[in-house]
Design a protein around this ligand. Structure first.
Ligand SMILES: Nc1ncnc2c1ncn2[C@@H]1O[C@H](COP(=O)(O)OP(=O)(O)OP(=O)(O)O)[C@@H](O)[C@H]1O
Length: 230
């Protein structure tokens, strides 16, 4: 049975009273993989920020993983973010602690208390991204691609229904980007929904998926032209 993890109706998105995107209508079902593309400054990050409630939803209706974005209270935001996995271009690992320490910090911040359960979860997610061997290293001892794998592991800690990735390959070379992309697609195959912002058209061609474009102040689905239509 399909389950809607994101629903937006007539949503306008603002930055400092300036309307960035108008009249967004979108339904995303559990298990989908979605790209968001568009030129710089067209509103991709503003769109993602609205989804994780960094920007308030002021116009239109929206729900995400069972939270109503319009009526969401400040105190509910941490709970919403626990149901999401968020991955950024610059990894955002804490530089002063090990990989284990980074994941432990994220678990504690989201309410985990039992040491054994935390250890088990940290090992499980690092194993999922093939980074268990690096558990005692500091972030600066890892390559960009390895740091992004750890950031993806961190996003998996609370078993999110939906992962939001804002240019996760933006700082990586093409080979490493493809490896991170394969990891994200594997995670998607295991049932998690992923919305990913990218500038990287080579990735889109290599790993085609449903694509939405930010342009002309709105967000719309791009219809891929296949060879027989060209
Ligand atoms: N904090 C802010 N305050 C005011 N305006 C902002 C703020 N952040 C972004 N904007 C403006 O909102 C518009 C959309 O920016 P946004 O960062 O969402 O675009 P983007 O498509 O993600 O761009 P990029 O690809 O460069 O990351 C731009 O005109 C930008 O200047």
């Amino acid at each position: 049975m399909s389950k809607t993890v994101l629903s937006l109706q007539g949503v306008d998105i603002f930055q400092n009273k300036h309307k960035v995107l108008s009249n967004i209508n979108l339904e995303v079902q559990k298990g989908e993989f979605l790209y968001i593309i568009g030129k710089t400054g067209t509103g991709k990050s503003s769109f993602m920020k609205t989804l994780y409630a960094d920007l308030p939803l002021e116009v239109g209706e929206g729900s995400i993983v069972d939270y109503d974005l319009k009526t969401l209270k400040e105190r509910d935001i941490p709970y919403l973010r626990r149901s999401l996995g968020i991955v950024f271009q610059d990894f955002k690992l804490l530089p002063d602690r090990t990989i284990y320490g980074n994941l432990h910090f994220a678990l504690k911040a989201t309410g985990w208390k039992e040491k054994e359960e935390m250890d088990r979860k940290i090992h499980e997610v690092l194993d999922n991204v093939n980074m268990l061997a690096h558990i005692e290293k500091m972030p600066h001892q890892l390559s960009g691609g390895e740091q992004q794998r750890v950031a993806i592991a961190r996003a998996l800690l609370n078993d999110p229904d939906l992962i939001l990735a804002d240019e996760p390959t933006g700082n990586l070379d093409p080979q490493t980007s493809a490896e991170v992309m394969e990891l994200l697609l594997n995670i998607n195959k295991n049932g998690r929904t992923i919305i990913m912002v990218t500038h990287d058209y080579a990735l889109l061609l290599k790993f085609p998926a449903k694509t939405l474009k930010c342009d002309d102040g709105t967000l719309f689905e791009v219809v891929h032209r296949t060879a027989q239509h060209q």
